[in-house]
Design a protein around this ligand. Structure first.
Ligand SMILES: [Zn+2]
Length: 292
């Protein structure tokens, strides 16, 4: 079972951090159109995790995706990391996001992905808050250590039921591979750009379960220079030292040339379904229950 997901946030991030340059919006629109065309050509239905703020400020983006029959999931309201929120703040954020998205897309929103996979050991309570807001399926867990968090003690890379404080939620973690003695993702973000195409394709075709995650930002080439200290600190909420900013620059620009074609080829060569569809295909009564 291979699941195709996109995180849709660029329009709002551009508005909030870079002043809303119209040529950037046009570029995002163009990439979205190309993605939707590719999905149509290959008869593929995907899940698009969208910010609530995209529904509020750029409703056409959400409508265009939903009209093509794709699942609209929630990617928080403003792309704030859950590790920086209190339970009450997450409750409000999710509530605002889900209602804004549902108003525009006309679907019930049941799937969720936290910005930067920011559910980990220290904020497991997020599961309870999300369930209270009608979320049934979560795809926020990165079951290894990563730059910003990760959930290293999460014991599986397969779909499973999470139990927290008596609340159950269906979880689709990111799938990882062991390479160079490290657990690494390969099916999305910078990792997808880094690994050669044949490696990713073989890995996906041989796995029982693969979870992809793409951003339009992953596919853009020439994304501009190193972030200013102020912008970096506002966005990443950590010191904008030169080293930190350079690491981020290299990671976000690595392999962007040809990234769109690489992703398109993957969509042609492997079969993908949406999260909602994947969830219907699973016999949840017989999956592992993981107490976190
Ligand atoms: Zn995101």
């Amino acid at each position: 079972m291979n699941i195709l997901t996109f995180d849709i946030e660029e329009w709002y991030i551009e508005k909030k951090f870079s002043g809303g340059r119209s040529e950037k919006y046009q570029e995002f629109d163009r990439y979205l159109k190309l993605i939707l065309e590719k999905l149509e050509q290959t008869n593929t239905v995907a899940t698009f995790f969208c910010l609530g703020k995209i529904a509020t400020d750029f409703p056409e983006v959400i409508k265009t995706i939903a009209e093509k029959g794709h699942e609209i999931g929630c990617h928080s309201n403003e792309h704030l990391w859950l590790t920086k929120m209190t339970p009450q703040e997450l409750f409000q954020d999710t509530h605002d996001a889900v209602s804004a998205l549902e108003d525009v897309c006309g679907q019930k929103v049941i799937s969720y992905r936290a910005p930067a996979f920011s559910i980990g050991e220290n904020n497991k309570w997020a599961i309870e808050v999300l369930a209270q807001e009608g979320i049934e399926i979560d795809a926020s867990i990165f079951p290894a250590k990563r730059d910003f968090g990760g959930f290293a003690s999460f014991p599986t890379y397969s779909p499973s039921t999470i139990s927290y404080n008596g609340i159950l939620l269906k979880e689709f973690p990111i799938c990882l591979t062991n390479l160079f003695g490290k657990e690494l993702a390969y099916s999305g973000g910078g990792y997808f750009r880094f690994f050669p195409y044949w490696f990713v394709k073989n890995k996906i075709n041989k796995s029982k379960y693969a979870m992809t995650y793409f951003h339009i930002g992953d596919l853009l080439h020439n994304k501009g220079g190193v972030m200013s200290r102020a912008k970096y600190e506002e966005y990443f909420k950590e010191p904008g030292t030169f080293k930190n900013r350079m690491i981020r620059y290299v990671k976000s620009n690595l392999g962007t040339k040809g990234a769109f074609n690489k992703m398109s080829k993957l969509i042609e060569d492997c079969e993908f379904i949406s999260l909602r569809e994947a969830s219907k295909n699973i016999d949840w009564n017989n999956t592992k229950i993981i107490n976190i």
